[in-house]
Design a protein around this ligand. Structure first.
Ligand code: GLN
Length: 549
């Protein structure tokens, strides 16, 4: 029988519920428990797949092809175990199930209502992963902020579950903000009191209050929060701003969050937390021996959440290389032939990001050309790989109007094109090529060196593909398709053997990078960037060059 922890948020959004949930899960996992985390989002979209990154940040894709909230990325990166469709549920999905049942006649004769029909469906899904028998603990993060109209049915479902379950099987952790008023030089507890009161009015009483704060909470303040929020003082947890999200589990350990949870859930005989690997990673992250500068070429660079998994993958890959990875965001819309050198000359590596639509693609193509011609390590992901193919077609094969039919449906050289089975698809949600697919890697290629194997599986999220009609032309001119789908022959990886490091992948390797298993392309890309940077230094400083000889 699994036990359930619900994480709610109060006062404001963006407090980092996902990180707190993942940190708590990490600590419980480090004590030997089997833990998973799921997220319930209150919006009406069936999933975030149809949302613009400006709306909701990155869309995280799971092995089973679910388009999910970016918090699932944190869960995987922290816990090093994959999530699935069941780990992310939206209001839209709940209503869709209930409405489909209504149409099928499952409720014949009855009025279908929020309570009990919607709340029953929410509860069923909240318990789903726990019923699989695989987990000791299921943590459920409730999206949104307590008091929002749209999250009410979720809170009501939590209330009912708390009432139905034995007390030791279920608990609520409430994350809140203690703002610091600079002028008054004071931390303020009132917003927290109000948010807990609001939660209580909805029938749910939190067992633990986690307080996000810029300043430490002293005992007196903790006591005050405890008294007015009706929890014991040791159940008031300080969550000070951390220099990296990966430090949060250790901060929560210091505060004893895991111990309070274990006590409340009456889990006895747990082991001391095994966090050796985690601490080693943090040490490397904090004390790098070198530094590289990587250009991230994208069109959503104003919003860091749009490339969340890529940025985190760089943190993992940097740490293992003991190298600080400084990311320079370059807006692809503003790259031109005239300014490309100026914009990219200080980089040690170039990553062209995924994306959709024509905005900013010409700038991406110019950036790829610069990396190819200047031996700058290049890594293209999804649209980034497609741009590398187009650039090669235009500037090496000499096909001036080569393009993807996504951007130019009438091009003479559709080097990136829609697959036949995508051509008749008209609906948008969930209809891309989604989820994990196998890929066979060519012996002796860069990809082979990187992965150390010839069979891999990576996650996809795209519609367009390399057009195999042109494969021999590319091969003859020096671009190697080094990874292919074994069933369909679709090209998944391209590389340039006469370049120090040039690789484009149709899939999204960033979705599988975790603290304990940094993604190998990122790891090797940083290695290549280090070599590039060392060479640059030795050219700048001949003394260093002679020493190296
Ligand atoms: N727009 C491209 C496609 O659909 C690339 C998608 C992506 O980068 N995720 O194929």
């Amino acid at each position: 029988m699994a036990k359930y922890i619900f994480v709610t948020g109060g006062v404001t959004s963006s407090l980092g519920k996902g990180i707190i949930a993942a940190s708590l899960a990490k600590l419980l996992q480090a004590r030997g428990l089997k833990v998973t985390i799921q997220k319930f989002d209150p919006y009406i979209n069936i999933d975030p797949g149809t949302l613009n990154p400006y709306e909701h940040g990155e869309c995280f894709v799971t092995d089973d092809g679910a388009e999910t909230d970016l918090d699932l990325g944190h869960y995987e990166r922290f816990l090093n175990i994959p999530t699935s469709q069941a780990n992310n549920v939206t209001t839209g999905r709940i209503y869709q199930t209930v409405i489909n049942k209504e149409r099928a006649g499952d409720y014949l004769g009855k009025t279908v209502q929020v309570i009990p029909h919607i709340t029953d469906e929410i509860k069923r899904r909240m318990l789903l992963l726990g019923n699989e028998g695989k987990y000791d603990i299921v943590i459920t993060e409730i999206g949104g902020t307590v008091g929002d109209i749209e999250s009410l049915p979720f809170v009501e479902a939590v209330r009912q579950l708390q009432w139905e379950m034995p007390e030791e099987d279920c608990m609520v952790v409430h994350l809140t903000l203690i703002p610091y008023l600079r002028a008054a030089k004071e931390l303020k507890t009132k917003p927290t009191q109000h948010s807990v009161r609001m939660l209580s009015q909805e029938g749910v009483h939190p067992n633990v209050i986690v307080c996000r704060t810029e300043q430490p909470l002293n005992d007196e303040l903790k006591k005050k929060i405890a008294l007015f929020c009706n929890v014991k003082p040791n159940a008031v947890i300080e969550a000070m701003d951390a220099s990296t999200i990966y430090e949060v589990p250790l901060k929560m350990l210091q505060e004893g969050l895991d111990v309070i949870v274990l006590k409340k859930l009456q889990i006895n005989g747990y082991a001391a937390p095994e966090l050796t690997k985690w601490r080693a990673f943090l040490d490397k992250l904090k004390y790098p021996q070198s530094k590289v500068t990587i250009g991230l070429i994208g069109k959503y660079i104003e919003l860091q959440d749009a490339y969340k998994s890529i940025l985190e993958s760089f943190i993992h890959a940097g740490a293992i290389n003991e190298c600080k990875v400084q990311i320079v965001n370059v807006h692809s819309e503003f790259i031109t032939d005239d300014n490309v050198k100026e914009k990219l000359k200080d980089l040690d590596g170039l990553l062209v990001a995924p994306g959709f639509g024509h905005r900013g693609v010409e700038g991406k193509i110019i950036a790829v050309k610069y990396a190819r011609e200047n031996q700058l390590p290049f890594f293209g992901i999804c649209l980034g790989m497609q741009m590398a193919v187009i650039e090669f077609a235009r500037n090496v094969l000499g096909w001036a109007d080569a393009h993807s039919t996504e951007m130019n449906p009438t091009t003479n050289f559709p080097v990136i094109d829609l697959m036949e089975d995508q051509k008749n698809i008209e609906t948008k949600g969930g209809t891309m090529r989604l989820g994990a697919f196998p890929c066979d890697i060519k012996q002796g290629s860069l990809a082979h060196t990187i992965y150390g194997t010839t069979h891999i599986s990576e996650r996809h999220r795209h519609r367009w593909e390399f057009n195999n009609k042109y494969i021999t032309d590319f091969q003859k001119a020096g671009m190697v398709p080094s990874g292919k789908n074994p069933g369909t022959g679709l090209v998944e990886i391209v590389e340039l053997p006469d370049h120090p490091f040039f690789i484009g992948v149709q899939y999204h390797p960033e979705l599988k990078s975790t603290v304990e298993n940094p993604q190998p392309i990122f790891v090797h890309f940083i290695k290549a960037a280090k070599t590039f940077s060392e060479k640059k230094e030795s050219v700048k400083n001949p003394l260093l060059q002679s020493e190296m000889i």
